[in-house]
Design a protein around this ligand. Sequence first.
Ligand SMILES: O=P(O)(O)OC[C@@]1(O)O[C@H](CO)[C@@H](O)[C@@H]1O
Length: 364
Amino acid sequence: MSALPPVYLIDEPDTFPWQVFHHRHPALIRRLLDAHPYSPAQRAALTGLLAESLEGVIAPLADPLWQDWDRGHFGTPWAKAPFLWAESYFYRRLLDAVDYFTTGVDPFAPFKTAELTDPALADEYQWLAKDISLDTAVTASLYGNQADLGFRLLTAGTDPIHQHLVVDDTQAVETWLADNAPSRVNVVLDNAGRELLADLVLTDHLLTSGLARAVVLHVKPHPYFVSDATCTDVHDCMRRLRGLPGGCGDRLHEAAAAGRLTIRTHPFHCAPLSFVDMPGDLAAGLAEGLTVVKGDLNYRRLVGDRAWQPTSEFRQAVSYFPGPVTVLRIVKSEVVLGVRPERLSELPAGWRVSGKHAMVSAAL
Ligand SMILES: O=P(O)(O)OC[C@@]1(O)O[C@H](CO)[C@@H](O)[C@@H]1O
């Protein structure tokens, strides 16, 4: 096998990773300081983390999981760390700074709650009153990933995002589901709020149409990357859905009671590593049925956060995955595979980070 492309680093000015550290993270810390009655010590820890991440050395964590996930980065300059590792570590340190592991207060909860209590939601979800097709449910879940709360820190006020698929394996996924019905479907979730509501609509469609006999939702074990969904977020969204048209919330509630819908978490979902390093128990759970992987960060973790040629083969990059897998992702970062050369030549400069293009990539 040929050598893998290099991983993305954070130290090159004006690249996407550099911007995340120099623009997105400072904006996030400002919002957190504004949203919470944090103590002087918590405030100092947050601003100290920001300063350390821009100029300092990575402080070791005593957490046994992180002792294992360190991969030699503790004690080295942040500037030299891989983007994926450093970003994940930043969010872990942010939780320490606000005492999440002793208070249990999700620092991102105010933003997630604002999404679910947005009065516009009821109107937006009127489409649920009609019968929906698999295509509609997949499209809703895909475009639900358009504006995660972290991404909006950089793109607020830009034009509405256009539907623009650069890779479209939807038909192959739908055929797989029909040929293997009723199968188990694992969904590795991404963001809470609107995206999760749409993911739950897809879940309901898979269960009620008979395409899936069971759906397993994988969530983060703790708050992460601003809006990533935890168990609490799934419960909140299920309750919110019960107030929206179409009966989807009640059906999902019943599916959970009947054991056809389960919510699972695993420490590795917050690891700073790619899925190729996932432990055996997680891999075993994803070996059965089809796995739907949501969002940009999960895509980076699936293929490795590497400078792939955009035309290189997706299937090859995920050949380690324990079962059939498909990604529903809005492209928000540089990592891209499986784009046909003709399609690539049509795409505008900066398309990989504009959040205006989408991909449904499958290895079935
Ligand atoms: O995974 P998501 O919610 O689709 O997107 C996460 C994201 O906004 O954050 C990461 C950088 O901070 C990128 O992978 C991406 O831009």
